[in-house]
Design a protein around this ligand. Structure first.
Ligand code: UDP
Length: 238
């Protein structure tokens, strides 16, 4: 299993915005399908795959709260948004022939499975892609924290954070062409310099459990497969 890569089980974290394509909002099915094909290439290697998808393309709790909504209500709406994204990804993966389970931190039995750790592990062993939805199930958290939590619970070897850029830079590379990419950076440096990777709780949880975070570009075709094979540019937080 996992031929061509040293990884046996990984978690792929993407933001909700990764699914909206060039639109300013929501889901762009061709983009969902493109990412699903990236996931399929890795699944075809025999690697066991967990996924966590954000909800920012539909709703963010903080944005709702900023406009006067009660924070916890807004956060639950954000969690529900992640379920929609998970279902879209499941549909795209299954149309490529990849068996997939959506597993929600908030039970909604007619829509997807409730989160039961041992059951999720069993799905992974059977090579089903597990998409963990509804974040941690708690307000005041993010899907970055959810990704770190699930990656630990599922004993993943690393979190792969797919973004629009090929790693972590000392400045925003889209605004500053002279920005330098880190090959490797420590958790503490990410926290101290407030580098935009994942929120601080997620970084701390990864640090305390020695879970590496690999930041790479999901915009490169075949990018996920190459990064798993140890090729291509990325930043490793460890
Ligand atoms: N959320 C939450 N608890 C969680 C995960 C997510 O309350 O454990 C809510 C929160 O309001 C957040 C929204 O869901 O703004 C969408 O998640 P996130 O902002 O992490 O999505 P991304 O930025 O990755 O698209």
């Amino acid at each position: 299993d996992g031929a061509g890569t040293k990884y046996r089980r990984v978690l792929l974290k993407i933001s909700g915005e990764a699914l909206m394509g060039d639109q300013g909002f929501g889901l762009h099915p061709p983009t969902v399908e493109r990412i699903a094909r990236e996931v399929k290439s890795v699944a075809d290697l025999g690697v066991e795959i967990c996924m966590v998808i954000g909800g920012g393309n539909i709703f963010r709790g903080l944005a709702g709260a900023a406009q006067g909504m009660e924070r916890t209500t807004a956060d639950y709406m954000g969690m529900l948004a992640t379920v929609m994204n998970a279902l879209a990804m499941q549909g795209a993966l299954e149309s490529l022939g990849i068996h997939t389970r959506v597993i929600s931190a908030i039970p909604m039995d007619q829509v997807c499975e409730p989160y039961i750790r041992r059951r999720a592990v069993r799905h992974l062993e059977k090579k089903r892609v597990c998409i963990f939805a509804a974040g941690t199930g708690n307000p005041y958290f993010t899907t970055d924290t959810a990704a770190t939590l699930r990656a630990n619970e599922m004993a993943c070897e690393a979190i792969f954070k797919g973004t629009k850029v090929d790693g972590i830079y000392d400045m925003d590379p889209k605004l500053h062409p002279e920005a330098k990419r880190y090959d490797r950076v420590s958790y503490d440096e990410v926290l101290m310099k407030n580098l935009k990777v994942m929120d601080a709780s997620a970084i701390a949880l990864a640090r305390d459990n020695n879970l590496p975070i690999i930041v790479f570009s999901l915009d490169e075709p075949g990018g996920f497969t190459s990064i798993l094979a140890g090729e291509g540019t990325c930043t490793v937080v460890k």
